[in-house]
Design a protein around this ligand. Structure first.
Ligand code: GTQ
Length: 355
């Protein structure tokens, strides 16, 4: 720990003796709190991460080059990490969450594994490839949200004729924070298919569930649904936008839910979509959940803290905790977003401020 500038003022004599004390204690791994208290317990959040933007076309070109050089099978997951420039070496895009761009080429399989980390996939390009979750394939299309909740077997395959690219959002830094990571390989490329594609969406995706006692539940009870198709969420967002005026700080917004408890999609990750009508500008807002945004449709600008970003389709931007955020829609702007909000709410930490 390095001393901060708010340490108590001391007479020269005391200061000399105190510093001698610090030197003596240091080998015992003992440090004076009073030198660092105000840096540890800050009046407002001080995220080490910074606001940043990743241009999709630039990242895509590098990812396709990687695709020429290493197979999905060899890489296990062929992904470019979107690492926050403020926290090099962490693989985090926020302090608690990770983002990566994953490529699966036609005919490839990213082999089956499972891990403690929760993952979401937000599809950016291609169509017809699949993620298999505990043996159930979900066919992925642009802007679909697909979950792989923790400890569920998953592999990815591409039986289509086009490259498939999606954004991975995982809670890797959160799991690392708790030192709670486990992972294992199935030992075969793909999990045996246990049920027809779309089975969970049919059972749990329409505000229904199998009648208890009549049908055995195949999915874990607390995590029944893992596919939120673009066609469905986009239609809901359009209906919402047609029905009411947008929230001045957020625009029109719908959160993805876990139908089991009506809470966030996974224990550590919340996800939502927003629509900002053409010409609409949000008022400044800050929140403690550093947030990753993906531009789904439209064009506009974001101001995050003191930085301005131009937004084009499929770009990714990140807003650190407590940075003031405003969006301006030059054309109707649709955004996908994920953050650790649900984890912070469970811990009693979440706050937001509307300016
Ligand atoms: O697809 O399972 O971007 O395990 C990082 C770790 C993707 C995955 C990532 C993973 C995966």
């Amino acid at each position: 720990m390095s001393p901060d500038s708010h340490s108590p003022s001391l007479s020269n004599d005391n200061a000399t003796q105190l510093h001698a004390l610090y030197e003596e204690m240091r080998p015992q791994h003992l440090y004076p709190l009073w030198e660092v208290l105000s840096a540890l317990v800050t009046p407002t959040p001080r995220a080490p991460t910074v606001a940043a933007r990743w241009d999709y076309d630039t990242a895509r070109a590098y990812l396709l080059r990687a695709g020429d050089l290493i197979s999905a099978e060899k890489a296990e997951r062929r992904v470019l990490i979107l690492e926050n420039p403020g926290t090099p070496g962490t693989a985090g895009i926020t302090t608690s969450l990770y983002a990566g761009l994953q490529l699966i080429l036609p005919g490839e399989i990213a082999p089956c594994h499972r891990h403690s980390q929760c993952a979401l996939r937000f599809v950016l390009e291609g169509g017809g490839a699949h993620t298999s979750v505990d043996g159930e394939k979900v066919v992925m299309n642009p802007f679909d949200l697909v979950l792989t909740p923790n400890w569920q077997w998953h592999d990815h395959g591409n039986e289509s004729s086009k490259p498939m690219i999606w954004l991975d959002g995982l809670d890797i830094p959160t799991v690392r924070h708790f030192d709670a990571s486990f992972a294992e390989q199935l030992g075969q490329p793909a999990h045996p298919e246990t049920v027809r594609p779309g089975d969970s969406l049919a059972r749990y995706g329409r505000n229904m569930r199998p009648l208890r006692g009549a049908t055995a539940d195949r999915r874990p009870a607390h995590q029944p649904l893992f596919h939120y198709p673009y066609l469905e969420w986009r239609a809901s967002l359009a209906a919402l936008a047609a029905a009411e005026t947008p929230d001045p700080w957020i625009g029109h917004a719908l959160e993805f839910l876990n139908p089991f408890d009506g809470e966030a999609v996974m224990p550590t990750i919340s996800a939502h979509v927003r629509l900002l009508p053409r010409g609409f500008a949000t008022k400044p807002r800050r929140s403690t959940d550093g947030t990753v945004f993906v531009v789904v449709e439209g064009q506009g600008h974001a101001r995050i803290g003191s930085k301005d970003f131009t937004l084009s389709e499929r770009d990714v931007i990140v807003a650190p905790s407590w940075d003031e955020v405003t969006f301006q829609a030059d054309r109707e702007l649709v955004l996908f977003a994920y953050s650790d909000r649900t984890a912070q709410e469970k811990l009693g930490l979440y706050r937001e401020a509307r300016g």
